[in-house]
Design a protein around this ligand. Structure first.
Ligand code: ADP
Length: 163
């Protein structure tokens, strides 16, 4: 059985329709996708690691081709451990390119076998980012078509609690 695995790493704070779009595209190329949630403590996440994983689980549901995991060390080591063929990352605009290019080359410096596949989301999602979603939620704007309903609900609930 062929089993080409991709790792999709990120903060997912929270998961948006842009992330979901990329996961669906990844599944067209790879047999399995592992969503690897990074603690990203340097980014002071709004949702805890557990909350982010839980939201992804609710959004994705049961799919034997998708695994949700937490990544706590070097990405190159994780890829090796999971025997993954490549990493998936998203390119929304030229502005993403510079950072992604630097990241990919740094990973390749650590492991010459490192491969990254860059996917472009549907143009409906090119302007979406977890941070812009949090800004809109903070001011009570509608997040319809931007995040799954369960994410919008949890965002609003947590924002109200923190007020
Ligand atoms: P990170 O902290 O690693 O940037 P993110 O959760 O913000 O984590 O993003 C993870 C990956 O998903 C990145 O490659 C990012 O470019 C991509 N991504 C995020 N939002 C979108 C979107 N709307 N469309 C396509 N790719 C996206």
């Amino acid at each position: 059985m062929k089993n080409k695995i991709a790792v999709y790493p990120g903060s997912f704070d929270p998961i948006t329709n842009g992330h979901v779009d990329l996961i669906e595209r990844g599944l067209r190329i790879f047999d399995r996708v592992i969503i690897a949630v990074a603690p990203s403590l340097n980014k002071s996440p709004f949702f805890t690691l557990e909350e982010r994983v839980d939201l992804i689980r609710k959004v994705i549901g049961q799919n034997p081709r998708i695994e949700i995991d937490v990544i706590d060390g070097l990405l190159v080591a994780y890829i090796k451990k999971k025997k993954a063929a490549a990493v998936i990352r998203g390119l929304r605009a030229v502005s993403d390119f510079e950072y992604e290019f630097q990241l990919a080359l740094m990973n390749r410096k650590m492991d010459p076998n490192f491969e990254a596949v860059f996917l472009m989301p549907s143009e409906r999602y090119t302007y979406l980012s977890s941070s812009i979603i949090k800004e809109v939620a903070k001011f009570g704007g509608s997040l319809k078509d931007m995040v799954p309903a369960v994410v919008e609900k949890e965002l609003k609930k947590k924002m109200n609690k923190e007020r």
